[in-house]
Design a protein around this ligand. Structure first.
Ligand code: ZN
Length: 285
């Protein structure tokens, strides 16, 4: 089974009335003001999955600053997943600063089928994980068995729209303090795997998964093999960042990058995601 752990879809009103949403949210404006920044719907994602032979996709929305917009987006993700016959797995977003409203929204999303929270961007949403927000997220994750997927950015290298969101050091701090939960660091966790040559970092990352979202824009193809050597292929998840990168292109990049490693490819393209989300148990029996 092939699973893309990192795709973004939006309800059609957010695409049609994009200007309104650009005005309401500065992080959304930073990333989506350019008409070239594509916005895809669930139907378009499902068509892409056919083309790329992807069985299941984790669907993410956008980390809005306003809790009301998070809710509007979550509504769409849950409905799209419910209509997909298991092909789409929803992760939801909340604004932890909304307090009880955020907690109530998490409960509602879990009842509606959410399996995680993400893609979380604490810096763009205006909160810090070392304040109460981190405890809210960690508590909810443990209580409801949710994975937390964070956008993590490199402290060095070129700038790009949406780069800030959560720095590598803040992500590391959070996962070190909350080792019992399942966290996913998007975009190779901002390069954190390279620090696993330090024993204490290696230990702190024991439950952390890393996804490959947008790799062709960030790293040379050697990253697949080198990170697999550093942390093990069992910790790397195929994620495209669709529609920013096509699912077919990202899948091909992984297949090329792990050319001679059949086990590694199988793990990265789907087995790790199945284990993490406990998918496909019926087939295995
Ligand atoms: Zn991201």
């Amino acid at each position: 089974m092939v699973v893309d752990f990192h795709t973004h879809i939006f309800p059609s009103q957010m695409r049609e009335r994009r200007e309104d949403y650009l005005r309401r949210d500065s992080a959304f404006a930073e990333m989506y003001s350019s008409p070239k920044a594509q916005i895809a719907t669930a139907e378009e994602l499902l068509a892409s999955m056919e083309r790329a032979e992807v069985d299941t996709s984790v669907i993410l929305g956008f980390a809005w600053s306003e809790q009301e917009l998070c809710r509007e987006h979550n509504e769409y993700l849950l409905e799209a997943a419910a209509r997909s016959g298991g092909r789409l797995i929803p992760f939801c977003v909340i604004q932890p600063r909304a307090g009880d409203d955020a907690l109530a929204e998490i409960e509602r999303c879990v009842r509606g089928g959410a399996r995680g929270l993400g893609e979380l961007r604490p810096e763009s949403q205006g909160y810090s994980l070392d304040q109460g927000a981190g405890d809210i997220l960690a508590g909810a994750a443990l209580r409801h068995d949710l994975a937390l997927l964070f956008h993590v950015s490199e402290p060095v290298g070129h700038a790009y729209p949406g780069k800030s969101g959560l720095g590598l050091a803040a992500f590391y701090q959070f996962v070190s303090c909350h080792q019992g939960l399942t966290a996913v660091g998007a975009h190779w966790a901002g390069g954190l795997p390279f620090y696993t040559l330090m024993p204490e970092v290696r230990e702190a990352l024991a439950n952390v998964y890393i996804d490959t979202a947008a790799t062709p824009f960030l790293y040379s193809p050697a990253v697949y093999r080198q990170v697999a050597e550093l942390v093990g292929a069992e910790r790397i998840l195929f994620g495209s960042d669709y529609p920013l990168i096509s699912q077919r292109r990202q899948r091909q990049a992984i297949e090329d990058g792990l050319r001679d490693d059949e086990d590694g490819k199988r793990l990265v393209l789907g087995e790790n995601a199945c284990r993490l989300l406990r998918l496909g148990h019926d087939e295995k029996r």
